[in-house]
Each structure stands twice: as C-alpha cells, then as structure tokens.
Design a protein around this ligand. Sequence first.
Ligand code: ARG
Length: 566
Amino acid sequence: MKIKSQLNQIVTQALLDADIPANDIIVSDATRPEFGDYQFNGVMKLAKVLKKNPRAIASDIVKHINTTGMISKVEIAGPGFINIWLNNDWLSTEATNILNDSRVGVGIVEKPQKIVIDYSGPNMAKQMHVGHLRSTIIGDTLATLLTFLGNDIIRQNHIGDWGTQFGMLIAYLEEQNADTEHQNLKDLEQFYKNAKIRFDQSEAFANKAREYVVKIQQGDAHCLTLWKQFIESSLGHCEEVYSKLGVNLTHDDVRAESFYNSELPNIIKILKDKNISTNSNGAECVFLEGSDAPVIVQKGDGGFLYATTDLAALKFRATNLEADRICYVVDARQAGHFKQVFAISKQAGMVGNDVNLEHIAFGTMMDKSGKPFKTRDGGTIKLIELLDEAIIRAKATIEKREDYSEEKFNEIAYAIGIGAVKYADLSISRESNYLFSWEKMLSFDGNTALYLQYGYARIQSIFRKHNAKLTGNIVIGDELEHRLALMILKFEDTLTKASIEATPHTITTYLYDLTTLFMRFYEQNPILKEGVTEDVKMSRLQLAQLTANVIEQGLEILGIKVVDKI
Ligand code: ARG
C-alpha cells in the first residue's frame, strides 16, 4: 500500500482547488502521535513565495482537503503545519484486504530498472575480512529488496584475482602440489606467509615468482592453469562463508578483475583520444577538476591499476549489461576512488548520463575498545569461525526446550545466530562505524533480530492456541489498533524508501517499531482471554496475523529466517 503518494495527491488536489501552485507536494510522517499520522510542512515555503500569511494559506488548503475517504481529520498547528489523521474505516478495509496477500500489500515498482549490485569483492590472495562481510550482508539485502520490488538485478562479485603477488603464490602452489598431492589452501593467510618466507629465503624461488608474473600476463598455459587452481581454491573459502550466511551469491555472479584485462588497453585509448588523460612522468594520468593528485590509469612500466579495471567494469556494466543503476557496496574509505572513476567514466562517455552510479558506502567494523576488529591474539578474524561462534552463542542464549529434537534446536540456533550477525550489521546507519558486540546482538530486548524473531514466535503461539479460520473484518477499536494497522500498511512506503536510499536500517527500524507496537497492543488488548467477543477476537487475530506476515517478509528481505518457537 502506497500511502504517501496517495496523500501527496490528495494534498496536491487541495492546493489546486484552492488556486495555490502545487509542485512537488510531499507529506511526511508525523513526528509525534498528537500531531496526527502525517504532516504537511510545506506551507511556510509557499507563504514566502506567495507573500501571504502561512496560517491563511493553511486554512485555505485545509478547507479543500477531502475528508470523506482516506483522511478523517485535518488540523492546522503552530505557524502553519497541517496535521493529517487517517480514517479508521479506510485503515480497516485496506488492512483486511491484504490478509491473504503473500506480498502483504507491497506492489511492484512502476518502472522496473536493471540494477547492477557490486558486492562482496574479496581478494583472492588474502583472507576474506570483516569489511567483505559487511559488503556481502548489505549488498545481498539490497539485491533481495530491489528484486522483491520488481527490478531486474545483476549481482557482480568483483573479486581481486590479478596482481604481481600471484606470481609468488602460484610458484609456491606449484611447489606444494609437487610435494603433496592436492595440498589444499586450508589457511590462506598461512599459505601467503609461507610463500613469502620462501620468496625471501630462496633466490631461485624469487626468480621463478618474478618469471611467473610475466608469464601469467603473457597468457602462458601452465601458469594460467596454476593460477586458476589457486583462484578456484580460494574462492571456495569465500563460498563456504556465503553458504553459511545464506546469501544469494553464486559462482555465476563472479566477474573477476581479470575478466577486464583484455579491455584495459582500449580504456587507455579512449581516455587518450578524448584528451582526458595525459602523460605525466611516464605515467598516464587523469587530472580531475578540484583534486590535486591525478588518477593514474597506467603506470610507466605499462601496468594498469585498480581504477583502470573499474573504468572497464563501468563501461561493461553500462554497455553490455545495460544497467540503469549501478550500486557499489564498498567500504567508505574507497569514497575518493569511486568519485573519481564515476566522474571519468561519464566524462569519457563510457557510461551514459542517465545511468545512476552510487557508492553504497559503509563504515568500519570495530571491537569494543574502538579498534578495527581483530582476534584476541591480534590476527585477522576468520569469518567462517566467526559465524560458527555466532551459532554456538545462539545455543547458549536460548534454552533447549524439551520438545525440541537436536535437529530442530540446531535449526533454531542457526536462524538466531546468523540472523544476529546480519541484523547487527544492517540495523546501524550504514556509513557509521560499527561496534561488534556479541552481547548486544544476541539480546532479547532492543533492536535485534532475536527480538523480532521472538515477537514472531509469540504470534505463532497465539495461533497454535487458536486454530480456526480467520473470518470477519478488522475493526479498529482504539488508538493502539489504529497505529498498528497504519504501521502494517506502511510496509511498502518503508521498502520504497530503503530501496531509493539504499538503507537497510530503514527496514530494521520499521520492523523493530512494528514489533514493539504489537507487544504493547497485545498487552493491552487481549486476544484469547475470556470475555473478548468473537468479533473483537477475530479482528485482533487478523492484526496479529498481519504483523507476523510483515515481520516474516521483512526479515526475509534482510536474509533472516523466522522460527515458530524459541
Ligand atoms: N576487492 C576490493 C577490496 O577488497 C573490493 C572490490 C569492490 N568493487 C569494485 N568494483 N571496486 O577492496
């Protein structure tokens, strides 16, 4: 249900009827319950333009607002705010209508877009770190959300699989393969360290490594086979994490940096032909207005850089993938890089002006002491171990009930543990740094996945006691029911906002508020108690059902599972 756009239309019509110019009329959520459900705050601006008293304008508008349908009441407040209340009958009809709708009233966007989402992007020579975890979690939620709203999503996992370090790594892999059949890269970090030790220790090995750098670049078959073996094996580690996280990122979504290699000379050619780049001290550079340091696109020795590959990727995404919008879910520290490559790609016509380029930046993950997240002994956290720990801690948080089988208990702990890690990441405004705390993320109270999962399970327990079919209509009996029905109907507006701003926390905040409101409603408005009439019971059960449906659908978009019992 799109409430805001309907209200915008009603208010726009009222302005037109009052002979007031009506451009971009936007109604916002009321900041406090006593200000109604929504507010129109644009009168002051109009008053300035029209050189008229704001309260006079407001009263003119109010006179023309139709209060026979969706809106029940309008009031002027303060210097000229217009407070708007929605009609209870309207709310109950709309809410009753979506009871059996699998999308809980959420429609499809009017103009579906082709959207590329670049997320995860681990580097093959290294351990996947917490920054990649954040990118994976946020990116996957955006992909699910935008798909749910009817867009065509193309996931791109821009893995780092190219660079001089691969000479050393494949030389070492070759040695290992010779020693022991199929020595696996169990511990990438250790593997890298060992390779480095060999490199520093043996002149012959170091020479081989250097030789291999040149050979891979020239496409030598033997070296490429080894390189592919290395990439497949380290990608396997990442895919273990993806599968444990339950994210929808597959092998087919990988379009690695090396994919763009053959295009890189062409990128330089375009930049040169359009006089966008110049040679400076042997290197090919782009000087952008407003920044002192140039963007180097080709080094003096002919080598290309991270930025060159990203220009090729931008061109590919705009041209071959025909994207309308390209979202890069990458650490905020790369903001400068993206600003530069976006500007160059547009200037060079590699990306059309109508294509939206967005850096979906996120902050750094910190530990309790405010330092970047590390293990106790100072090493990098192994993500797979972090996720396993989440599940173990979830088991300790919830008690195993007697009626649970071991399997059921594992399933619940998985939903809660992984849900906690994901939700903690999604629920903060993404650009802030993020403080990692097991205690906070696995708490039953507060803005956590567990709180929502618990709320959902509580509603399921109501339905275990009441098995009969839901009949009749929702009847709004009091202020709390009014607010709850309205909150349920706000689901679509919430998802729309989150999809435009690429802010998953818009969804978590909403789901948290909805669950809190439901808990209050349930405390004050008993459902299955004696003395509650059948009509009231049916109405409240429907509100409970709708709340559960929204929580379930909302969490699904966040990639979090619900459970029937905790
Ligand atoms: N591999 C990069 C890193 O770890 C992230 C890649 C992001 N995507 C991109 N198109 N640059 O920093």
